[in-house]
Design a protein around this ligand. Structure first.
Ligand SMILES: Nc1nc2c(ncn2[C@@H]2O[C@H](COP(=O)(O)OP(=O)(O)OP(=O)(O)O)[C@@H](O)[C@H]2O)c(=O)[nH]1
Ligand SMILES: [Mg+2]
Length: 366
């Protein structure tokens, strides 16, 4: 279950630069002209999680297997993309396959890097992109409504589905994102969304790409981005893609020194990956044996058998019980034997809702 996060935005806002930072590999072509990214660049990025490193030390193994997120660098969208402008349809199709979006907003001024309009205007730039996503969804749902209306003649049970589609279409027609749709948790809408994969129903992270001079403070544009983001409850992060990509060319100690001097507390990589994890509503649990420690990803709210099923489908079918130690207890006590002695090893059954950071040993029968 590797989830995919698409990096979107206008041309020349720093998407590929951010992507390169994420992968630490300079394999996406970065160039100072629009549409330099034609083929999607995909990268599997491990989720940094210091708990896992600590766990490896405690149990005395070297091998660490992290969970991953896949990032896709998508070419710049322009006004009219939903009508096919600037290879728009192809790019919108790539976005449809993702689970969440990072919307990169250009907040840096640089006369040497052309922008689609005379000056970057974060609010207007965001709306330009979002309008294209809304129009693309509207086209999809209009087709779906036509199809449903035909099918309804033979199958009356489709009536509530059609009503929901019409309701969502009216919402989109107002220029609004489906993440702000009041019925977004309605099971009928959720089914429709699973089938149609609406672009504007995906969680969004707004990434303000700022010049490094603003890194230790807050860029003035952040407020306006934040007020737009609030409408859908989306997180906003501040990054300096170019600076981070430059930092990656330094030795690790030099990099750490520079970050400290510049007042950068967390690398953009960590911020982007962790925020992605958060909007996807995922948590991690850990397993270990005498060779390795490993992190696994599950949706928040998943129960023990489902977690076991991530490791092997047989584990889910033959699930008997789970021996669970919370990460905090494991770290404090140092080993599973010590945790057991202190009464911190719990035996949990089928209904146990796995918590982020649980260290689990599954008992199963196959
Ligand atoms: N001054 C400055 N330049 C930046 C920054 N981020 C990116 N750039 C430059 O902007 C240019 C375009 O960056 P890309 O990352 O290729 O932009 P993109 O959004 O992927 O563009 P398309 O793929 O064409 O849509 C490059 O010359 C980058 O070096 C930044 O924070 N500050
Ligand atoms: Mg690019």
């Amino acid at each position: 279950m590797t989830l995919q996060v698409g990096i979107i935005g206008l041309p020349n806002v720093g998407k590929s630069t951010l992507f390169n930072v994420l992968t630490q590999a300079q394999n996406a072509e970065v160039a100072n002209y629009p549409f330099c990214t034609i083929d999607p660049n995909q990268a599997i990025v491990p989720l940094p999680d210091p708990r896992l490193d600590k766990l490896a030390k405690l149990v005395g193994v070297d091998k660490i297997i992290r969970t991953t997120i896949e990032f896709v660098d998508i070419a710049g969208l322009v006004k009219g993309a939903s009508r096919g402008e600037g290879l728009g349809n192809q790019f919108l199709g790539q976005i449809r396959n993702t689970d969440a979006l990072i919307h990169v907003v250009r907040c840096f001024e640089d006369p040497n890097v052309v922008h689609v309009s005379p000056h970057p205007d974060p609010a207007e730039d965001i709306q330009t992109i979002q309008l294209e996503l809304v129009l693309a969804d509207l086209e999809q749902i209009t087709n779906k409504i036509e199809k449903l209306s035909r099918q309804l003649k033979g199958d009356k049970t489709l009536k509530p589905v059609l009503a929901m589609a019409e309701n969502a279409a009216a919402h989109l027609d107002d220029g609004k994102l489906l993440t702000a749709f009041p019925e977004k948790y309605n099971p009928i809408f959720l089914d429709l969304n699973r089938e149609m994969r609406f672009l504007t129903a995906k969680p969004i992270i707004y990434a303000a790409n700022i010049g490094e001079e603003y890194l230790s403070s807050t860029h003035p544009a952040l407020e306006v981005i934040q007020s737009l983001a609030e409408q859908t409850g989306s997180p906003v992060i501040q990054i300096s893609a170019l600076l981070e990509s430059d930092l990656n060319t330094l030795e690790p100690t030099e990099k750490a020194d520079y970050m400290e001097i510049s007042g950068i507390h967390e690398s953009g990589l960590n911020l982007v990956v962790q925020t992605s994890y958060q909007v996807l509503d995922l948590i991690s649990f850990f397993t270990y044996n005498d060779q390795e420690v490993r992190a696994w990803t599950i949706p928040r709210g998943a129960k023990a058998p489902q977690a076991a099923g991530r490791i092997h489908t047989d584990f889910e079918r033959g699930f008997i019980k789970a021996e669970v130690i919370s990460y905090t207890d494991f770290e404090a006590l140092g080993s599973s034997a010590a945790a057991r002695e202190a009464g911190k090893l719990r035996v949990e059954g089928k209904e146990y809702v796995v918590q982020d950071g649980d260290v689990i040993y599954f008992k199963f029968n196959i």
